[in-house]
Design a protein around this ligand. Sequence first.
Ligand code: NAI
Ligand code: SOE
Length: 382
Amino acid sequence: MSRKPLRVGMIGYGFMGRAHSNAYKQVGQFFPSEHQVVLKAACARNADLVKPFAEQWGYESVETDWRKLVERKDIDVVDICTPNNLHKEIALAAAAAGKMILCEKPLAMNAAEGQVMVDAVEKAKVANMVWYNYRRIPAVSLAKKLIEEGRLGKIFHYRAKFLQDWTIKSDLPQGGQGLWRLDAAAAGSGVSGDLLAHCIDTAIWLNGRLDTVCCMTETFVKERMHTLTGKVEKVEIDDACIFMGKFANGSLANFESTRYARGHKAQYTFEINGEDMSISWDLHDLHRLQIFDYKTESKLRAWSSIHVTDNGGEHPYMDKWWVPGLAVGYDTSFTHQVADFIKGLETGTPQGPTFRDALETQQILDAILDSAKSQKWVTVAK
Ligand code: NAI
Ligand code: SOE
C-alpha cells in the first residue's frame, strides 16, 4: 500500500523529543494507517548535540534555528518539545506557515497566551493537538469508557494527586538545561502548570467542566542560584499546590501536587467516587484500574483490580499490542496519541485534546493561581 507521508519537524531533543520520536517510529508498525510518518528534521540550538540525536533516531536532517524549520516546505507537522515559554512563539509561526502542530503541555504560560494560540490555529485551519498523553494510557481510557457507559452513576468526588520529590535540596539551582522547570520565566509556573495540568486535563475529560476553585500554594525554598545569571534569585514558581473546587456536574474536586513528597517520583493518582461505582488509578501501576462496583451482589462486593491488557477489543488500544496479560507502558501513551492524531486527519474528526480543549486547562490554572494569591474562591473563566 502506498502511504501518504506525514513529514515531522521536531523542535527540542530532550525528554519529550525522545518520547515522541519513539512514538513516531512505533506508530506505523502497530497502528498502520493511510499515513506514513517521516522523521524529516530535528531542531535544537546546538548542532553538535542535535546531530547525534538525529542520527540515533533516524531524522533525515537537522536545523539549529526553529524559524527555519517552521518555514521548510518539506515539513507537514511541527512538534513543539521545548520549554513552555517557547510554545506560543513557535506555534504562531507554525500556524502562519500552514503547518499542523503537535504541542507539548502545558499549551501556554497562561490562558491569555493560550487564547492567542487557539485563535491562530483556528484561523489558519491547521490540525492541532496538545500532548496530554495520560488520557491514552489504556487503563485511563478504560475509565473514560466506564464513565461514558454510565456505570458510575452520579459522581460525587474527584480526587487527584501528582507527587514528586526531586527539588527538596535547597542548593539545587534554578534555570537552564534540566532545571528550567524551577525558573518561572521559562516554565510559567511550578507544579501547577507542570503536574496539575495533567491532572486537570484528565479530570475535565472524564468529569466535565470545573466551575469554581479555592487554592493554596507554597514555595518552600525562597531563593536559588540561577544557572544562567550566576546570581542567587527569588524563586517565583509554586513548589506545592493544593486546591479544591466544584465541577459543573455538582461533584467536588480535591487536587494536590508537590515536588516535596519524599519517596514519590511521579505518583499521579486519581479516584472518582460515583453512586454506583468508584474507580481509581495510579501511574506507578499504570496498567491497572481499580474498581468497586456497588451493583455486584453484596456478598461478592469488593475493590477489584482490572489488568488492562485484554486484546479482544474490550480494553482500549490493547488489540494492537501483545497477547492478554502482557502490559504496555508509559511510552505507548505517546504512540496512541500519534495514532489518534492521524485518525483525526483521516476521518476529519479532530481528536482531542486540541488547542481549544487545552485552553480550558489554562483557564483553570489561571483561576487556581489567582485564588492562591487572593486567598478567595475564584470562578473559572469560560
Ligand atoms: P528538556 O529540557 O528535556 O528538553 C527541552 C529541549 O528544548 C532541549 O532539547 C533544548 O535544547 C530545547 N530547546 C530549548 N530552547 C530551544 C530553542 N530556542 N530552540 C530549539 N530548541 C530549544 O525538556 P522536556 O522534559 O522534554 O520538556 C519539554 C516540554 O515537554 C515542556 O513543555 C514540558 O512541560 C513538556 N513535558 C511533557 C511531558 C508529558 O508527560 N507530556 C513530560 C515531560 C515534559
Ligand atoms: C516533571 O518531572 C515531569 O516530567 C513533567 O514535566 C511531565 O509533564 C510529567 O508527565 C512527568 O513529570
